[in-house]
Design a protein around this ligand. Structure first.
Ligand code: DAH
Length: 313
């Protein structure tokens, strides 16, 4: 029998003996109780000691001859890092959400309705060809622009209009175009779409929002200008350009995005009355935005997986 078991048995017997106290004359009970308590305490101490000894017996001793490298770092730095485009995309979305815009994410596979019909592209219209869309054999479309999300955004936030508010949402996403790649064109890139609808939205508000966005993103005052554009989903349509300050390489004006007042048909298709509400929308490439910020010469680096490029960030 183990030492602990023996002691526990002794304790049990002692407790049984204790019961004898009732049979003793009252004047003897005090002395008996004190004697029993002292015995009990002795056994309890012995049990505690024996248990402690048993515990340390179970712990295997440290092998002090094991190899060790006290000068090696214990925590290795994580392998890999975030892609610079994702870091910048967070910054872009952060600026818009600070302005009060909601954020939705775009689909990476979409359909004819969201790519064209819901955006007021007439059936068989040549403007459809202008978007160089890829198609799957089932006729799904990897979106060629984030505008594919406009219809969904309008429907999702329509209730905010009905409650006396406004629709304000930005939608970053990955887009795909079936065109030849060169230093400024890539088959896969990122865009950020913006949609705003209220009772009295104006072009002026839109240019104010966009100027503010670019100034926040580049951290400096900028000149912007617009030129007419054509998109079936806006009327009027425009392109927005910024003047490159010398800190961003200088050399004149650069087109940054397409924009315009949302076409009444686009609002109508989402169930919004164009006589009551007006909206503006815009969409522009994230890659181009980042290239300008870091003075990068070739858009293809982003999708290349080149480690020496990625390690620069
Ligand atoms: N989707 C257009 C493109 O990729 C850009 C654009 C133009 C987006 C006008 C808009 C807009 O929302 O209103 O070329």
């Amino acid at each position: 029998m183990s030492e602990i078991k023996k002691l526990k048995l002794e304790l049990k017997n002692l407790n049984a003996e204790y019961a004898r106290i009732k049979t003793l004359p009252p004047e003897e009970r005090g002395a008996f109780g004190r004697e029993m308590n002292a015995k009990k305490q002795k056994i309890l101490n012995a049990i505690a000691k024996a248990e402690e000894a048993a515990e340390s017996e179970n712990v295997s001793p440290i092998d002090i001859s094991a190899p060790c490298a006290p000068n090696e770092p214990i925590f290795r730095p994580a392998l890999g890092s975030r892609h610079p485009l994702m870091t910048e995309l967070d910054r872009v979305v952060g600026i818009y959400s600070d302005m009060g815009f909601n954020v939705m994410e775009s689909n990476q596979l979409d359909d004819e309705f969201h790519m064209f019909d819901s955006l007021n592209f007439p059936k068989e219209h040549p403007a459809r060809d202008g978007y160089d869309t890829f198609r799957t054999s089932e006729n799904f479309i990897p979106p060629a622009h984030t505008s594919t999300m406009q219809h969904r955004a309008l429907k999702k936030y329509k209730k905010d209009l009905e409650n006396g508010g406004q629709i304000a949402v930005v939608i970053p996403g990955r887009v795909f175009r079936n065109e030849d790649a060169d230093a400024t064109h890539e088959h896969t890139f990122y865009q950020c779409e913006g949609v705003f609808v209220s009772k009295d939205a104006t072009m002026g508000q839109m240019f104010g929002v966009l100027k503010q966005f670019f100034e926040n993103y580049y951290g400096q005052k900028l000149n912007i200008k617009t030129q007419p554009g054509y998109f079936p989903f806006t009327e009027p349509s425009a392109e927005l350009l910024i003047e490159r300050p010398s800190s961003l390489g200088g050399e004149g004006w650069l087109e940054m995005l397409g924009c315009g007042m949302i076409h009444p048909n686009v609002l109508k298709m989402a169930g919004i009355d164009p006589d009551k509400y007006h909206g503006f929308a815009w969409g522009g490439g994230i890659d181009r935005l980042v290239m300008l910020k870091y003075q990068l010469g070739d858009i293809r680096y982003f999708e290349s997986g080149k480690l020496d490029f990625l390690e620069e960030f």
